[in-house]
Design a protein around this ligand. Structure first.
Ligand code: MN
Length: 297
């Protein structure tokens, strides 16, 4: 897409969807990795729209969907920011924040373009609803919500959803039992770490592009940095061993760029409090640059 040369950065300082705090500083950490300078060097026309700041809860108000009022309110603002960016002919790059923010960004992309594909890169499924979730943490629910599989109250500002059959999960290695059943019932294609080990990341990415681009306007990428193995990405709230290697992660982004089908991106779950000298913030920045066309040669 030509719009990939024109991007808007939209931060959202959300950590109310996770049980460990600190991921609200993710946008700051990614910017501190010299994001702006590097975008300029790469010839990208960028704007930075600043950060959306959620209202703070007085207390945990809903055990089944913790902090849902604040999360939904902030996501409604994110939804409108992303819509505005798309109306300006620019590509939205959303910096999280925990993954609950995807319930704000993705519905806006769906609204603007119509049918879209979705690639969800994550160690986890994020396909719970309020009754299947054991924790009540809403960062485990956005994938399900944007597919119209609930919780409906997570996306009250939209009536259009992403078709789960146009969705691919990549990197799964920690999925709850009920969640796995929900993913299967919805028709989401899941490429687990085992699948990647068996056939290699490039085959997986080609399949993912094929599934998500068929009869759609393009693809939204939702990248949770916990998809990457914790040795390389220590600054995440919910690390799971044996994830994507650095080269697998970069090749994935490079191939997505080459497809010219990417419409928009979430880069989420960078937690500076748990990080080591901003390793994970730097990685998130470099992955964004790869998706926008930076190559190693
Ligand atoms: Mn996630």
């Amino acid at each position: 897409m030509d719009s990939m040369k024109k991007v808007d950065i939209i931060g959202i300082q959300m950590d109310l969807g996770a049980s460990r705090r600190g991921v609200n500083m993710g946008p700051l950490a990614i910017r501190h990795a010299d994001l702006h300078e590097k975008l300029t060097q790469q010839g990208i026309d960028w704007r930075d729209k600043g950060d959306i700041i959620p209202l703070q809860p007085e207390r945990l108000d809903n055990a089944k969907m913790k902090n849902s009022n604040q999360i939904v309110e902030a996501n409604a603002r994110l939804y409108h920011e992303v819509l505005e960016t798309l109306a300006d002919g620019r590509m939205p790059i959303v910096l999280g924040g925990d993954h609950s923010v995807a319930a704000g960004s993705i519905p806006a992309v769906r609204r603007h373009y119509g049918e879209i594909g979705l690639i969800w890169i994550d160690a986890h499924g994020d396909f719970n609803d309020d009754s299947s979730s054991e924790s009540g943490n809403m960062h485990g629910m956005p994938f399900s919500a944007v597919c119209g599989r609930g919780p409906a109250s997570m996306v009250p500002f939209v009536s259009e959803f992403v078709n789960p059959k146009k969705c691919v999960q990549i990197g799964a290695r920690d999925v709850d039992k009920l969640e796995r059943e929900r993913l299967k019932a919805a028709g989401v294609t899941v490429f687990s770490m085992t699948d990647i080990d068996r056939v290699g990341i490039s085959t997986i990415v080609n399949k993912a592009i094929e599934i998500t681009s068929k009869d759609t306007r393009g693809i939204h990428i939702s990248f949770d940095v916990d998809a990457v193995t914790p040795d390389a990405a220590p600054g995440v709230g919910t690390p799971v061993h044996s994830g994507l290697t650095l080269r697998e992660s970069f090749l994935l982004m490079e191939m997505l760029y080459e497809s010219r089908l990417v419409l928009s991106l979430d880069m989420v779950e960078v937690n500076p409090i748990l990080d080591e000298r901003n390793t994970t913030g730097n990685l998130a920045c470099e992955l964004i640059l790869s998706l926008l066309g930076k190559t190693v040669f």
